[in-house]
Design a protein around this ligand. Structure first.
Ligand SMILES: [Zn+2]
Length: 385
């Protein structure tokens, strides 16, 4: 049942015949399992689009209209978003609020309020919560976010609605999960996702699973020593790659003071470079080289099939792709150069972190324990959603 349900989640427009074929089930078993999932209010069947093939018409297996949902939260630099996601990955239009200048307790109290409203609207259909934050997450806590100015905040504890499971992760990790499962890296066995906003975030995905280390804080590629060893990083280390690839690097190369809002600064420099300003263009090329060289090193170390780029990394790649690619290739070990993993734009530049948070929340729903608890709640109580 779980395999079938997971398949419907990943392939929202499947049919009973495809389920049987893809999962190696007999048609009889597929029919029986789908019937059990229907009885549990997890999936429903509708007339499939005619394929033109002969034979008995097959039926499309889709998520049930009143099936399980999860809530996905994304806390970024200036705003937070909350979206409800359905089986199959469909995301409802997120609610969004600005939070700049508020203390963490205030921000999380507002989000918690919104989550309780979601819970009231969806009742027991709401099964889990996925939270994406911009910052380093370890052991379920946000240990450090220079971007937000938050330190050591137990985000999961403040947002938890018992008994719903909560999963929390770094925004680049979540976005990488979305790319690997439904985006630009779909089908890649091992993928590397690189996102730049202020500093670099990233993650290695192994068959759609984020490899984030023993405490969840892995993927801090921006703090590899690919930079100037004399330059101190706000993280406490020296020579971090972070300082060579974002708005801080562009400002420094241009001889400008350290920017208060590095991402906006970077966007402004990119616009000037795009318009033909030679100094801005040269600065972007330098940053593009720093980015490409570092990715080459990561590819040597991690051996991904594909590299997806998001945020400022994608913007730099668009404007100075030749510089990124040349530095990337020159940083690769010789044996890799004849067929290097492609660098590709992310498919979900805007809502990847929300989508990934929803995916990880659904992992808890599409598990033995998740299915048992759905069964125990029998059918969703009559609710207003
Ligand atoms: Zn650092």
């Amino acid at each position: 049942m779980l395999d079938v349900l997971r398949h419907v989640h990943l392939h929202p427009e499947t049919t009973r015949a495809e389920l049987a074929r893809d999962l190696g089930l007999s048609r009889g078993s597929a029919t029986e399992i789908v019937a059990r999932l229907r009885a549990l209010g997890l999936v429903e069947e509708t007339a499939a689009e005619p394929t033109g093939a002969r034979g008995r018409p097959t039926r499309a297996v889709r998520r049930h209209d009143r099936g399980p949902v999860v809530a996905a939260v994304d806390v970024s630099y200036e705003t937070w978003r909350l979206a409800v996601a359905h089986l199959g990955g469909e995301l409802e239009e997120p609610r969004r609020e600005r939070h700049r200048g508020q203390r963490p307790e205030e921000v999380l109290a507002r989000i918690s309020e919104a989550l309780h409203e979601t819970r009231a609207a969806f009742g027991t259909r709401l099964r889990a919560l996925g939270v994406s934050v911009t910052g380093t997450v370890s052991g379920g806590r946000l240990v450090e976010s220079a971007t937000l100015g938050w330190r050591d905040v137990d985000v999961a504890a403040r947002l938890r609605i018992a008994p719903l499971p909560v999963v929390i992760g770094n925004d680049a990790t979540m976005a990488g999960v979305a790319e690997a499962r439904r985006g630009a890296a779909t089908g890649a066995d091992v993928a590397l996702h690189i996102a730049i906003e202020v500093g670099i975030g990233g993650v290695v995905l192994d068959h759609g699973r984020a490899t984030v280390g023993s405490t969840g804080a892995g993927g801090e590629f921006g703090h590899l020593p690919f930079g100037d060893p004399d330059r101190p990083c706000p993280c406490g280390a020296r020579g971090c790659w972070d300082l060579e690839v974002d708005g801080r690097a562009l400002a420094r190369i241009l001889g400008d003071p350290p920017p208060a809002a590095p991402r906006s600064t970077a966007d402004a420099v990119l616009r000037r470079a795009g318009a033909g300003d030679p100094a801005a263009r040269a600065a972007v090329d330098r940053v593009a080289q720093n980015l490409g060289r570092g990715i080459g090193g990561l590819v040597n170390a991690l051996d991904p099939r594909i590299v997806t780029l998001s945020g400022l990394a994608a913007a730099v790649f668009d404007l100075a792709g030749d510089s990124v690619r040349a530095a990337y290739r020159s940083g690769l070990m010789r044996f890799r150069r004849h067929d290097p993993p492609p660098l590709i734009r992310a498919a979900f530049p805007q809502d990847g972190s929300l989508r990934g948070a929803a995916e990880l929340a659904f992992d808890t729903v599409l598990s033995e324990a998740g299915l048992d608890s759905w069964r125990a709640d029998a059918r969703p109580a009559p609710e207003t959603a």
